[in-house]
Design a protein around this ligand. Sequence first.
Ligand code: HEM
Length: 118
Amino acid sequence: MSITVYNIIHIVGVLFLCIGFLALLSAKSARKGMMFHGIGLVILFVSGFGQLAKLGMSAHMPSWVIVKILLWLVLGFLPVLAKRHVLSRPVTVLLAFIVGGFAAYLGCCFYLGRAMPF
Ligand code: HEM
């Protein structure tokens, strides 16, 4: 598979994740939303490591990739906090968009050849 295909699959993963988190806002759709959330995470993980392999960066991952993996873990754990009523659903969605936005920013900086923040 070419890197462009991995890039497109990665963006599809972001869309799945967005749908998953937005569905949390309604009690009716929250269950189905968690399906999108899980599928989105798997797509992001597989396509993320696919991109790394194509870029020849799997063996020595730069620090921004390590941060992205940590952010991915946070995105996976956030719905648990909503389910256990540690966070309200709207706050969970807001945090997810901030964390996801930062992960996307790191990816886009590299993709577009811009300076990385670290
Ligand atoms: C295991 C977690 C992840 C890994 C290993 C990973 C890896 C990568 C890599 C290597 C790139 C650069 C691709 C290139 O320049 O061709 C990238 C780009 C990108 N990533 Fe991730 N990523 C992960 C999670 C995420 C998450 C959670 C989001 C957002 C919610 C995200 C959004 C993006 C975006 C928007 C791009 C730029 C467009 C693209 O290349 O598809 N990534 N990612």
